[in-house]
Write a protein that binds this ligand. Structure first.
Ligand code: IMP
Length: 194
């Protein structure tokens, strides 16, 4: 089966990608190709960062590769934290501190709509392709739930009365931003194989 590197070591993302691409390609993580490099994400857009990572693996390790970059875009904050979601709380940030900062910024604001947006970049046989996925929802007033990662405890998708962290991975992976982008990647790869 064709091997494709997913430029991540995040186990949630790997599991999700492997399920969606099952039977189509063998998905390898960065550690499985012995890549411990700290790939710089210096672009100012999700697409730019995803492309940097996919290109880096192709250039330095020779593998066809896909990479993702995700941002949480909050309307009342003019789209922040957006491309800077991972390091929203500054130098020594972590998911907890990022969520706290977000809740502080929204303190007293009732208009809390937001969207997760994922860009997946694919470098395959010398060509590059982009796939986008998005889910709209709102930021809750306090964190709830233990599943998932990142901002999941404070993001409630529209049409549901629970946060991603309460809904759990099975439901999240059917409706999420990343699942939608990955589905587009899967369709593209499927068409190539047919
Ligand atoms: P990355 O591009 O996947 O590294 O994500 C950037 C930031 O968004 C990180 O802080 C992640 O924790 C957060 N993030 C990415 N995907 C998700 C998600 O599915 N749920 C919650 N937070 C996420």
């Amino acid at each position: 089966m064709r091997k494709l590197v997913f430029a991540t070591n995040n186990k949630h993302k790997l599991e999700e990608a492997r399920k969606i691409l099952e039977g189509m390609v063998e998905v390898l993580s960065l550690s499985e190709i012995d890549c411990n490099d700290d790939i710089p994400e210096t672009a100012t857009t999700l697409e730019g960062n995803a492309l940097i990572k996919a290109r880096y693996i192709k250039e330095h390790y020779g593998y066809d590769c896909f990479a993702d970059d995700t941002g949480l875009l909050v309307d009342a904050l003019d789209g922040a934290p957006g491309v800077y979601s991972a390091r929203y709380a500054g130098e020594d940030c972590n998911p907890q501190k990022n969520m706290e900062k977000l809740l502080n910024e929204l303190n007293g604001i009732e208009y809390r709509s937001a969207a997760f947006v994922t860009c997946v970049a694919l470098s395959l046989r010398g060509s590059e392709h982009i796939f986008m996925g998005e889910i709209a929802g709102e930021i809750t007033k306090e964190p709830k739930g233990n599943a998932g990662f990142g901002y999941d405890p404070v993001f409630k998708p529209f049409g549901y009365d629970k946060t991603f962290a309460e809904l759990g991975d099975d439901i999240k992976n059917q409706i999420s931003h990343r699942a939608k982008a990955m589905e587009k990647l899967a369709q593209f790869l499927n068409n190539l194989i047919d």
